[in-house]
Design a protein around this ligand. Structure first.
Ligand code: ZN
Length: 273
């Protein structure tokens, strides 16, 4: 994880754009990372399409998904997904919720995505399935209430991803780069699994293969290699975030109360967007 908060904020913006470029995110979906010095907070963009997110869009939230800074901008309605998972999983440092076309057939059919090729092992042997209707009846399918977020986090359990009935998926990671890699390779795996059906029933990796191949996918040299590759593709598309670092929209301190006071002073000086 980057040492400087500004570097991590820049990486969150970059992660949004990479996942958009690679077909995981579209106009919707979002990426967050746990605050590096305050595990009781997380960083997430204001409500904006991922392909255009800049470091200055990144805001700080408590794990109750309340913005630390009173916002004058729109926020993602489904941000409770992030807060509830960070509350439930101390090992999770990054979360992405998406509605990628690659996973939607499985979400609609209620069929499991299983690892069918070596890099697909990044998502783990099993991706649980969550049906919002089971517990909450008729909704607009958005995960907006804390109890809905907590239910989703329970379904995720200790896994790396969860499918959401007729909605999408949520992927987690021990770092931002790990989560991005997992989200992209899970989508590739879903595409391969579906295409293979034209030739015959796809056989998943053996459990030992999934464990061994999955451990490779989180090695630092592998993550830096894939990150460089995806950054290069993003740059070739002319879609890199603007340079110049992050605006001071989040706290650098670990003590929440002190951080809130510091942020308020900065807000008064710099104004809001
Ligand atoms: Zn959604």
């Amino acid at each position: 994880m980057p040492e400087k908060l500004a570097d991590l904020i820049a990486e969150v913006a970059l992660a949004n754009r990479i996942l958009a470029q690679e077909g995981v995110l579209d106009a919707f979906g979002h990426v967050s990372v746990r605050h590096p010095s305050d595990p009781g907070r997380y960083l997430l963009s204001r409500a904006r399409s991922p392909a255009v997110i800049e470091p200055g869009d990144i805001l700080e939230f408590t794990l109750d998904s309340a913005p630390v800074k009173p916002p004058k901008v729109h926020l993602y309605a489904e941000r409770v997904i992030h807060g509830c998972i960070y509350q439930a999983r101390s090992d999770v440092m990054a979360v992405c919720h998406h509605h990628a076309p690659a996973v939607m057939p499985f979400c609609i059919a209620g069929k499991p995505i299983v690892p069918v090729f070596h890099v697909g092992a990044a998502m783990g042997a099993e991706v649980p399935f969550w049906d919002q209707h089971d517990e909450f009846g008729d909704t607009n399918l958005l995960v907006v209430k804390p109890e809905e977020g907590r239910s989703l986090a329970r379904a995720l359990g200790g896994h790396s991803a969860v499918l959401m009935n007729r909605h999408g998926a949520t992927v987690v990671g021990g770092s931002l780069k790990e989560m991005v890699s997992r989200a992209i390779f899970m989508c590739q795996n879903a595409e391969y699994q579906l295409r293979t059906l034209a030739l015959g029933a796809p056989a998943p990796l053996h459990p030992g293969e999934t464990r061994l191949a999955g451990s490779i996918s989180v090695m630092p040299n592998v993550l830096s290699r894939t990150w460089e590759y995806w950054c290069t593709r993003l740059a070739a598309a002319g879609a890199m975030p603007p340079q110049g670092g992050a605006r001071t929209t989040v706290s650098r301190r670990s003590a929440p109360s002190r951080a809130s006071r510091t942020l308020s002073r900065k807000q008064r000086k710099s104004g809001r967007r």
